[in-house]
Design a protein around this ligand. Structure first.
Ligand code: CTP
Length: 219
């Protein structure tokens, strides 16, 4: 008799979390609001299911779950390089990071003195990590969509543009503060158009749901 151990279905899962920091000068940055909680909770859920987890994270104030291989990064460029490398060895990538879409065109070497006038900073488009990924077969890719308007339409578009197997859509408005702790609303959108709505759910529970859905796709 063959005994299937729980490690039989063990997958290599790469998870990104938190914001990225794009420097303007040695003191100032451009960033996104993100606590990293969602990505860290997914990492936790994956570790609980005995998966091998690589957690690539921008700067946050929470601790990575023990058992994950932790890769701290600051800039989108560094996150992109780490994702590209780790993705090659993975069965699944979950991009929960809030990557800064803009970066300063020129990073000043010295601190910009405030002077008397305002300051104009020229920004250029940053790397789109998911879009720049050379996707390989048999790898599951999960993304997020944070939207203030047209949640489902924008999420569906992102799913197609970024070639995702699953997208977690998250509305940001007066009724749903998507950031940080507490209970939130989410929608899971699958490639075949099926959707699941989650109302008033903690990020811990949502992370479990995302992981379970991802496991179904990987299977
Ligand atoms: N993402 C990425 N690289 C970026 C921006 C986002 O890989 N430069 C990933 C995020 O991790 C997320 C998904 O793409 O999984 C969607 O991110 P989101 O910020 O909602 O959308 P954007 O692609 O940035 O588009 P927009 O800002 O126009 O809504």
């Amino acid at each position: 008799m063959t005994v299937m151990s729980s490690s039989t279905k063990r997958k290599n899962i790469v998870i990104t979390a938190g914001p990225t920091y794009e420097p303007i000068d040695p003191v100032r940055i451009i960033t996104n609001r993100s606590t990293g909680i969602m990505g860290y909770e997914i990492a936790r859920a994956a570790l609980k299911k005995n998966h091998k987890v690589v957690l690539i994270s921008g700067p946050v104030s929470i601790s990575p779950p023990s058992g994950a291989r932790f890769i701290p990064v600051e800039r989108a460029r560094d996150m992109k390089n780490a994702v590209k490398k780790e993705y090659m060895k993975s069965d699944c990538l979950i991009m929960a990071a809030a990557v800064s879409d803009f970066k300063a065109k020129k990073i000043r070497k010295g601190k910009i003195k405030k002077g008397n006038k305002g300051l104009t900073v020229k920004l250029s488009k940053n790397y789109d990590i998911l879009k720049s990924l050379n996707q390989k077969p048999n790898t599951t890719v999960v993304g997020f969509a944070l939207e203030t308007d047209a949640l489902l339409k924008n999420a569906r578009k992102k799913m197609a543009d970024k070639k995702l197997d699953l997208i977690v859509a998250n509305k940001l408005d007066s009724k749903n503060n998507a950031f940080g702790k507490g209970r939130k609303n989410f929608v899971l959108l699958r490639k075949d158009g099926r959707r699941s709505f989650y109302k008033n759910i903690t990020k811990r529970k949502m992370a479990k749901a995302i992981l379970e859905e991802t496991e179904k796709i990987m299977a």
